[in-house]
Design a protein around this ligand. Structure first.
Ligand SMILES: Cc1cc2nc3c(=O)[nH]c(=O)nc-3n(C[C@H](O)[C@H](O)[C@H](O)COP(=O)(O)OP(=O)(O)OC[C@H]3O[C@@H](n4cnc5c(N)ncnc54)[C@H](O)[C@@H]3O)c2cc1C
Length: 391
């Protein structure tokens, strides 16, 4: 065992593992061969089981119908989810955990509680053609007009726009005393002026698209503003921290699966009269992979535990970046080695290593690229010192 866990933690981990092994992994190749899609009844089954097993909305408060799990427990579940390819694990959805603290009671009832119940689905529209790593460069605007805001902007890479029914839209206030401040809005997808521009194809084979979406003179009631004008970036950063930790967890799960599968193959595959695991070149690839997985896992579990104990939010910020940086780069190295160990089979789409080789690449890009994580870590190091961040 990599880390001390309570009986409840272990039970949750086992519940998630069984779900992934029995319900998701058997359908990966079918999804891969069908553009990421599974039959509706299977999707519905996964959705229902994720709710019944108490995994859905595990990050949301119990009093709102969520799982109320500790951060360590959420990491344990996300790690298991990360063992399946083709985003099959996305049926275990984690809604915006920052929201209940800041939204109005009307917003809670209209968007957040139905999302926790799995009846509504959100997506995030922040990135633009000219604003990726530099979120502050967004050109989208929100102009107050009486009791409404008028929203304009062109958003890129809007993940799950095809399955969502509302959007968190980030813009800058166009005029007035808060001009230039960031603000976030709830926008129902069917609001006039919201237009799907295109759905480009990406490296992975996922059912969810990453759409380019235009917001053209979209009128929403002023009550759709989340928090206050000027709060928008704070929510985004809180979400980034959470997602960075969960990416680290999912990458650990992917690496575990890859190491297990590559080891099993290496023991059974015979060349030159011997199982290839007898060759030192293969052994070393597996040994490096396992060692790096253990390091990433200790980091990820330790950070989750620290968050549960209430460590300083700035320390969390740096450590979430370190965990995401290390675990995502670790998982990419492990996937590369796994492809190599599988040889020609590792280049076939029916092989788990091939799929993870493509799928894990984005974990070094989304929710802040590796370069941006390094910038954050270096900045925090200069401000807080080694012992605070890695003591
Ligand atoms: C599959 C996918 C899904 C996504 N889903 C969403 C979503 O749902 N909603 C959303 O809003 N966005 C989403 N994104 C956008 C994602 O967050 C951005 O792609 C990411 O933040 C990087 O921005 P960019 O692609 O514009 O790259 P850029 O910011 O243009 O960066 C290009 C390169 O320059 C480097 N670079 C930039 N600035 C610096 C610097 N200061 N120092 C060193 N190097 C730097 C980067 O690391 C990178 O290597 C998604 C992206 C992908 C690929």
């Amino acid at each position: 065992m990599a880390y001390p866990m309570s009986d409840e933690d272990r039970e949750i981990q086992e519940r998630a593992r069984r779900f992934v092994d029995e319900e998701l992994i058997p359908h990966e190749v079918e999804a891969e061969m069908n553009g990421g899609r599974l039959p509706d009844e299977l999707r519905e089954r996964h959705h229902r089981l994720a709710i019944e097993l108490g995994l859905y909305a595990m990050n949301m408060p119990r009093e709102l119908g969520g799982g109320g799990m500790t951060m360590l427990q959420q990491v344990l579940v996300s790690e298991q989810i990360g063992r399946a390819t083709n985003a099959l694990g996305w049926c275990v959805h984690t809604p915006a955990a920052w929201a209940p603290k800041v939204v109005s009671s009307e917003q809670l009832e209209r968007w957040i509680v139905p999302t926790i119940r799995g009846e509504r689905h959100e997506c995030y529209a922040i990135t633009e053609e000219g604003a990726g790593s530099d979120v502050d460069a967004i050109a989208a605007t929100a102009r107050r007009d009486g009791d409404e805001y008028v929203l304009d902007g062109l958003k890129w890479h809007v993940t799950s726009f095809n399955t969502a029914d509302y959007v968190f839209f980030q813009a800058k206030i166009a005029d007035g005393p808060s001009a230039g401040a960031h603000a976030m809005f709830f926008v129902d997808k069917d609001t006039p002026g919201v237009r799907l521009v295109r759905e480009p194809r990406y490296s992975h084979t996922y059912p969810d698209t990453h759409a380019v979406v235009a917001f053209e003179g979209v009128r929403v009631p002023a009550s759709n503003l989340v928090g206050a004008e000027g709060d928008g970036l704070d929510f985004t950063y809180e979400w980034f921290r959470y997602e960075r930790l969960m990416i680290a967890a999912r990458c650990c799960g992917a690496a575990e699966r890859l190491i297990e599968e590559a080891t099993a193959f290496a023991k059974e595959r015979v060349q030159f009269g011997e199982p290839i695991i007898a060759f030192q070149a293969i052994q070393h690839m597996l040994a490096d992979s396992l060692t790096e997985l253990w390091a990433a896992r200790l980091m990820t579990y330790g950070l989750a535990n620290g968050i549960d104990r209430g460590i300083d939010v700035k320390v969390q910020h740096a450590q979430c970046s370190m965990a995401k940086l290390y675990a995502s780069e670790m998982a990419n190295r492990v996937a590369d080695r796994a492809v190599q160990i599988f040889g020609g089979r590792g280049y076939m789409r029916e092989n788990v290593a091939e799929r993870f080789y493509r799928e894990l690449r984005v974990d070094r890009i989304w929710e802040g690229t590796s370069e941006i994580q390094r910038n954050i870590v270096a900045d925090q190091l200069a401000k807080r010192g080694v012992r605070t961040l890695a003591g």
